[in-house]
Design a binder for this molecule. Structure first.
Ligand SMILES: Nc1ncnc2c1ncn2[C@@H]1O[C@H](COP(=O)(O)OP(=O)(O)OP(=O)(O)O)[C@@H](O)[C@H]1O
Ligand SMILES: [Mg+2]
Length: 635
């Protein structure tokens, strides 16, 4: 731009100079011609006078004097025929008029000067010389062009000097302007382009402020604007990081949906709740990812949020995850067993979500998304269910105990009456047999009530208990079921074996284990219950009792084995709470014992079955103060 300005300046000055020169040249030429005509007239008049005074020789003097003038190159006087009479420089006899001069002679009859241009751009003026009306000759004056050339070059050099001064002055002005306008503009331009190229980078800022005028203020304002944008961007980044980390780490499931009920964003917890990878959600709808009708319930809630622009709170949605059946089915006999455990797993686990949906406003008028908060209430539901069941069991137990207690009184009376009857001397032998049979049955009833009462009464302090009694009571509890599916029970324990323990709680452990075995076995399977004095398999110095509950049932898949001791983990969706083994482990921990599990299904081709081994140290309570979680070993 500056170069353009300078060029324009030079051109205009050049044009101005050329015009000036042309005008001056014309003026110089005009004045030169006028002067030449005047000089030709004055030479003619002088000659006339000299002739009238009859002093023709003075004409020669006048010619020479004229020739001496600064503007005259040559002065001449000829006769009417054009013959040279006098000449200012040179010899008149040798000089003659040129053809152009001769050609003009016929035109010089009036007493007026006439100018002509000779070859070589020489100017000459001529005038006729009359005395008393008689043509005496012609006066010729040739112009000294050197003078006008000199004049012209003077004008030219003046113009050039003026032009140079003008250009230097305006160039300086332009440079000064450049410093205060163009440079700041260029800096602003560079800054704007840098900002457009990489809006995130502020490496080029702040822009240098080199001038102290409006443009300097403009750059300053620009710098402040960029700094404020950067600050706002940093604030936005911080807010986004906060939101991102909230979304990622919130212990609740969060998801956002657009108006077409498609996922636009979900967090990890939500993905874990749905059991699908995070990326599979985006762009999909709920019915594409979750089973019906639960997906529809959720979608209806989201649509309601968009329609009513109000939150929907605490919606309880329950359903099942669909898990492919993993039963092995190697042989016909084993299919039957496996089916018992895996039938429930076809439906997968039951889940319960507490869902709240709310509108996300991007402008005060527009609900752009619907946010959904999901709380996985599955465990809470199960706990409630388990609590309900255990309360029911406890109530049933209390009822059974009170019935057993009430039965004891009439039972005592019957026993006494039978005793009196036996000693009644008039009884015959068959009648005595009946009395014996009745005594036996009453004795059995008494045993059952005793066991029922023992089962219910929990001792708060550990006592030395006989293990055979404890295991017998558990087996007699399941007597009916064991008998009905024809299970062969092997009892291998010393009737005198005793152990320092919370007998009621240990009984609960064995009841859980035997109950699990009964759920896993099929017709004709075997159940082994063993107890013997032994040493801790990890710490041989520790004496105690080792128990084994083994069955030839369906066994456990590796993933079931891994999670069997987790609270609420069950494959018996409808009938199980998944608390049996967890509670058993807690009780064993309380006794400072260990539990070991070995199990396999018939997938390997070998017979299936499960073995639980338990070690309980035989120590008085004072020694066993510290409570460490019981070690679990599974294989
Ligand atoms: N003897 C066994 N044979 C095969 N599987 C077993 C055996 N014992 C436990 N399991 C598996 O371990 C899971 C957890 O057992 P646990 O006793 O903790 O819960 P549950 O029996 O399912 O329910 P609950 O005992 O509360 O009624 C069972 O669901 C079952 O799949
Ligand atoms: Mg169980």
């Amino acid at each position: 731009m500056l170069a353009g300005l300078l060029l324009l300046e030079t051109l205009s000055i050049g044009l101005f100079g050329a015009l000036m020169t042309r005008q001056q040249t014309q003026r110089v030429r005009l004045r030169a011609r006028q002067r030449l005509a005047y000089e030709a007239s004055s030479l003619a008049l002088q000659s006339e006078e000299d002739l009238l005074q009859d002093k023709p020789s003075l004409i020669g003097v006048s010619v020479r004097m004229m020739g001496e003038g600064p503007t005259v190159a040559q002065a001449k006087v000829t006769d009417p025929a054009g013959k040279m009479l006098f000449i200012s420089k040179g010899d008149a006899s040798q000089a003659a008029l040129g053809p152009a001069e001769r050609a003009v002679i016929p035109l010089l009859q009036q007493r007026l000067p006439r100018c002509l241009t000779l070859p070589g751009d020489q100017w000459e003026c001529a005038q006729a010389i009359y005395t008393n009306g008689t043509l005496q000759g012609y006066a010729w004056v040739e112009y000294n062009k050197a003078l006008s050339q000199e004049l012209l070059s003077e004008i030219l050099s003046d113009t050039a000097l003026f032009g140079i001064i003008w250009i230097v002055a305006s160039g300086t002005l332009v440079l000064l302007m450049a410093r205060s306008i163009s440079r700041p503009l260029a800096v602003l331009h560079r800054g704007t382009r840098a900002l457009m190229r990489s809006p995130e980078s502020t490496a080029h800022f702040p822009l240098p402020v080199s001038v102290n005028n409006e443009f300097g203020d403009l750059i300053d304002a620009f710098n402040r604007m960029v700094a404020s944008i950067d600050e706002q961007r940093a604030g936005l980044r911080d807010t986004l990081s906060l939101l991102d980390s909230m979304l990622a780490n919130a212990p609740i499931g969060l998801a956002f949906f657009d108006r077409r009920c498609r996922f636009v964003r979900v967090n990890q917890v939500f993905a874990e709740i749905t059991g699908l990878p995070l990326t599979r959600h985006l762009g999909r709808t709920l019915p594409e990812l979750l089973p019906q009708p639960e997906a529809q319930d959720l979608e209806d809630a989201i649509l309601r949020v968009f329609a009513e622009e109000r939150p929907v709170r605490n919606l309880e949605v329950s359903g099942h995850t669909m898990v492919p059946n993993s039963g092995s089915g190697a042989s016909a006999a084993s299919v039957d067993k496996a089916a018992k455990v895996s039938a429930a797993s076809k439906l997968g686990r039951t889940w319960t979500w507490i869902v709240s949906a709310y509108p996300v406003w991007t402008t005060p008028e527009q609900v752009r998304w619907a946010g959904v908060i999901v709380l996985d209430a599955t465990d809470r539901k199960r706990s409630e269910e388990a609590l309900r069941k255990s309360e029911k069991l406890a109530a049933t137990g209390r009822l059974a105990a009170s019935i057993a207690h009430e039965i004891n009184n009439p039972l005592e009376a019957i026993t006494n009456l039978l005793f009196l009857l036996r000693n009644f001397c008039q009884l015959e032998d068959p009648a005595l047999n009946y009395v014996t049979l009745a005594e036996n049955e009453v004795h059995r009833i008494a045993e059952i009530t005793q066991q029922t009462l023992r089962f219910y009464r929990q001792s708060t302090l550990p006592t030395r208990a006989r293990m055979s009694d404890l295991l017998d009571s558990v087996l007699s509890l399941y007597h009916g079921r064991l008998h009905s599916i024809n299970i062969k029970v092997e009892r291998r324990y010393d009737p005198q074996l005793d152990l320092f323990c919370f007998a009621g709680e240990l009984r609960q452990v064995f009841a859980n284990l035997v109950g699990n075995s009964l759920d896993a076995v099929a017709d004709g399977d075997r159940l082994l219950v063993r107890a013997s004095r032994s040493r801790d398999w990890r710490n041989p110095a520790q004496a105690g009792v080792r128990f084994a509950i083994a069955d030839t049932g369906s066994g456990m898949e590796p993933h079931v084995r891994e999670r069997a001791f987790e609270a609420f983990f069950t494959t018996k969706e409808v009938t199980g709470t998944g608390l049996g083994l967890w509670v058993s482990h807690e009780i064993i921990t309380k006794h400072h014992g260990r539990i070991r599990l070995r199990s396999r299904t018939n997938a390997s081709g070998k017979p299936s079955g499960t073995v639980f081994q338990i070690f309980i140290p035989d120590v008085p309570p004072a020694v066993a103060e510290e409570k460490q979680p019981a070690e679990i070993a599974t294989a």
